[in-house]
Ligand binder design. Structure first.
Ligand SMILES: [Zn+2]
Length: 351
């Protein structure tokens, strides 16, 4: 068995490790069987290779084969079983250490934001800064997720080796073996923590309908933008990039968030995005995701058609197939791209 990627000492015996802590995703991966709709329309998206569908569990592999015109690779099956967990990356000891900071973050930050203070940063953005958690704990929490995303290539996310190794070392040093030792370990990483610029934006009035995306914007690296449901984490992997104008990302840059980036901070600030701006951000995110999905489906349609018929589909046919895939609905609406509609259109036009 491989060694644990975090401590690099023990055997990586842990299965079902969450890449993103479950409490952040519970509305996204609702285990309730009655909630099949959510399962079929929840997408896992990255902007490099770009999309992989979340195949609802009620869709059997042979059905999927029928849809795609080929067998799923073992890797795809594995990936689709659960996007958000991984096996044999960590040891059970490190898994427990991660759970300590996750439950601390949940108790001291996540459940406290709704009632925390509000201060205006500018006309667009408010923030809260009186959470009971230390800045080091909050950074450790988010950096541990970013490190897990990097090490598992979640959403095809990768960091440069040296950056990933620095993060690993930081997280490994900051995690306590038991909760009583947390104040010691975070004190130990304090100096390093303050030199890592990080911003956190939170949807001020979260609604269930807006909590359904995990997205890593991969063309922008200054900062990296991680969208975990109702959180957006802005991570600067190099200090010098903090001094530049932030890269654009789905209109978030218009919030002028520099003032809530935590860098050599005394207290940790969390930016609160108002309902209106969050809705706009979500709309841009959906448009961007939809464009990615649509392009990918169209390419896959062209490839499959070529394989079966021996020639390319005409632009008109492509257009009709894409129309059928969205069920005649708006092609900018991500929920219209269901696996069922893709199946229907593929069999209709190639059968
Ligand atoms: Zn370990």
């Amino acid at each position: 068995m491989d060694k644990c990627k975090l401590c690099q000492e023990r055997e990586a015996n842990q299965t079902g490790s969450h890449i993103i802590p479950f409490f952040l995703l519970k509305s996204l991966v609702n285990e309730d069987v009655k909630d099949k709709r959510d399962k079929e329309t929840s997408f896992k998206v990255s902007s490099s290779d770009l999309v992989s569908f979340y195949m609802g569990r009620n869709l059997s592999p042979d059905k999927i084969e029928g849809l795609l015109g080929r067998e799923l690779t073992d890797e795809e099956i594995q990936k689709n079983l659960n996007h958000y967990t991984c096996d044999n990356i960590l040891c059970s000891f490190c898994e427990k250490r991660l759970q300590i900071i996750e439950s601390q973050f949940n108790d001291l930050v996540y459940t406290k934001i709704p009632k925390a203070n509000r201060i205006s940063l500018n006309t667009k953005l408010k923030f809260t800064d009186n959470l009971k958690a230390s800045p080091e704990l909050i950074k450790l929490f988010f950096l541990s997720i970013i490190w897990r995303c990097a090490v598992t290539h979640f959403l095809n996310f990768k960091l440069d080796r040296s950056v990933e190794e620095n993060l690993r070392n930081f997280v490994d040093s900051g995690l306590p073996d038991k909760v009583e030792n947390l104040s010691n370990t975070v004190e130990f990483i304090k100096g390093r923590s303050k030199e890592i610029p990080m911003g956190v934006l939170y949807e001020e009035q979260p609604e269930d309908s807006t909590r359904n995306f995990c997205f890593i914007h991969q063309s922008n690296r200054a900062p990296y933008y991680f969208i975990f449901n109702e959180f957006v984490v802005l991570y600067y992997h190099k200090k010098k990039t903090f001094y530049r104008e932030p890269d654009k990302c789905l209109g978030l840059e218009k919030l002028h968030f520099k003032g809530i980036i935590n860098f050599r901070e005394g207290v940790f600030k969390i930016g609160l995005v108002n309902k209106n701006d969050w809705e706009q951000f979500r709309a841009s995110l959906i448009t961007s995701v939809t464009r990615i999905i649509s392009k990918r489906i169209e390419n896959s349609f062209i490839r499959s058609y070529q394989n079966i018929k021996g020639f390319h589909p005409s632009p008109y046919l492509r257009h009709r197939a894409m129309k059928e895939i969205t069920g005649g609905g708006d092609s900018n609406f991500v929920d219209n791209y269901t696996i069922k509609n893709v199946a229907k259109a593929f069999t209709h036009f190639m059968g």
